[in-house]
Design a protein around this ligand. Structure first.
Ligand code: SF4
Length: 447
């Protein structure tokens, strides 16, 4: 490989303005549109290989049910499934785990982390939760997992349900608060209201969950600077262990985009990127003054609290993860794959006794290196020596032009072995890291 930055794309402009439609958040690489059914034999081979020594294993379960669909939501969720459909889904997701547990890639491993995501995992009733988790633990015990995360919509949390979550071993309760204003919650299509947030949070705190996270979104429809300031004040008053701050994006499959399209609008009716970055910057500064540390482009963690987010940190360093449920993503032994992304085909494959996988991809060594580079930069810093050791590549030479440009724009500091994003860089990291993408991946859609 040449010592010059052979991949320098046309440089992204230092500043972008309005929020146009499309995905902003980068969660994986190469983009999902490059994963194909033709690559399924690679998945089969990965499942039949014993695990690489010391590669941690994680478990993800997608619960695709919600009380109503938020107007900004781009996830695979259903708001019309009755209890028998939910029951079938949970039975078959456990059966999916059984199919995986019989494959050689598991080896003697037990999950290091478990993540219940959605959708709304807290949509499930207490008997459903107990039945599901008992069955999962009997197949692949996760009592020793370092972290069990559970995403919650505050309005679905009763005191008994929170007690059940504590009892089944949840260590990280993540509350999708998004905003504390009932007006903003309502016009953005959220199902919960602010009194439910405070009630659920206080009760959960009393139960002693090791970590409670609050999610907020900067730039929801009709959000103002004053509303954002009040949100941060209310978060500080609750004092959660971590705060996750997303910047509103409007992907194509959202209700907001459908309305924009119908009205012939190219610009979303939400704050522009500069404003959202300014709000998150301000929030980070207030949180830092109040005893939090900024741990990634989106998270602030209370000092003294358990700072590690095992799910994110393990995945971003190449851990294996079995993704159960409709449309879930997995990563095993260097191969990525995704499940059927519609409800009935997903169930039908499992009823036939087959794994419901429909597309996959084994990235090249270069693509794996770029994946880790992208994901680790999202934490704000990375070690060049790590990439030299793991991939035999001097990233400082390989991406010299991009890194020099970032330095000149004030987005990054080169600190010997460590490359550290400045706050300016960190607040727009998802936009910047696409500069590392191979040319064929630059304009791909994350769908
Ligand atoms: S609660 Fe989350 S997953 Fe459900 S519709 Fe709203 S944004 Fe989507």
């Amino acid at each position: 490989m040449s010592a010059i930055d052979v991949q320098t794309p046309p440089a992204a402009s230092p500043v972008e303005q309005e929020t146009a439609a499309g995905n902003y958040f980068v969660s994986n690489y190469p983009p999902f549109s490059f994963w194909t059914p033709e690559r399924l034999p690679e998945v089969e081979a990965a499942l039949n290989r014993p695990p690489a020594k010391e590669t941690p294993l994680g478990l993800y379960l997608h619960i695709p049910f919600c009380r109503k669909r938020c107007h900004f939501c781009y996830f695979r969720v259903y708001t019309d499934k009755d209890s028998s459909a939910v029951k079938s889904y949970l039975d078959l997701a456990a059966q999916e785990l059984e199919l995986y547990a019989a494959r050689p890639f598991i080896g003697a491993r037990r999950p290091q982390f478990v993540y219940f995501g959605g959708g709304t995992p807290s949509y499930l009733s207490e008997p459903q939760l107990l039945g599901l988790t008992d069955r999962m633990k009997a197949i692949l015990p996760w009592d020793q997992a370092e972290e069990v995360t559970f995403e919650c919509e505050p309005g679905t949390l009763t005191d008994h349900k929170l007690e059940t979550l504590r009892k089944i071993g949840v260590t990280r309760l993540s509350l999708g608060v998004e905003n504390f204003s009932d007006h903003i919650l309502e016009i953005n299509g959220r199902a919960h209201r602010s009194p439910e947030i405070f009630r659920a949070y206080q009760y959960a705190r009393g139960l002693g969950f090791p970590q409670i996270n609050i999610d907020l979104i900067a730039g929801m429809v009709e959000e103002t600077e004053e509303n954002w300031r009040v949100n941060i004040e209310k978060v500080l008053a609750l004092s959660p262990d971590s705060v996750t701050l997303y910047q509103m994006e409007i992907p194509y499959n959202t209700k907001i985009y459908q309305e924009m399209k119908a009205q012939g609008k190219l610009v979303a009716p939400v704050a522009d990127w500069q404003t959202k970055r300014a709000w998150v910057r301000q929030a980070f500064e207030v949180l830092e003054r109040s005893g939090y540390s900024v741990a990634s482009g989106y998270t602030a963690v209370k000092q003294g609290a358990r700072a590690r987010f095992v799910y994110r940190d393990s995945l971003w360093q190449g851990a294996d993860m079995i993704g159960l449920g409709v449309a879930s993503f997995s990563h095993i032994g260097g191969t990525h794959f995704q499940n059927q992304h519609d409800f009935e085909p997903y169930l039908a494959r499992l009823k036939a006794g087959q794994l419901p996988i429909y597309r996959g991809l084994t990235p090249t060594s270069e693509e794996r290196m770029i994946r880790e580079l992208v994901l680790q930069f999202k934490l704000g810093h990375l070690s060049a020596a790590y990439f030299q050791r793991k991939f035999g590549i001097d990233i400082r030479a390989r991406f010299a032009a991009t890194l020099a440009r970032w330095e000149s724009l004030g987005f990054m500091q080169n600190d010997g072995d460590w490359l550290r994003l400045t706050r300016d860089g960190l607040l727009q990291v998802d936009r910047l890291v696409t500069e590392f993408f191979l040319p064929e991946h630059r304009n791909a859609r994350y769908a």
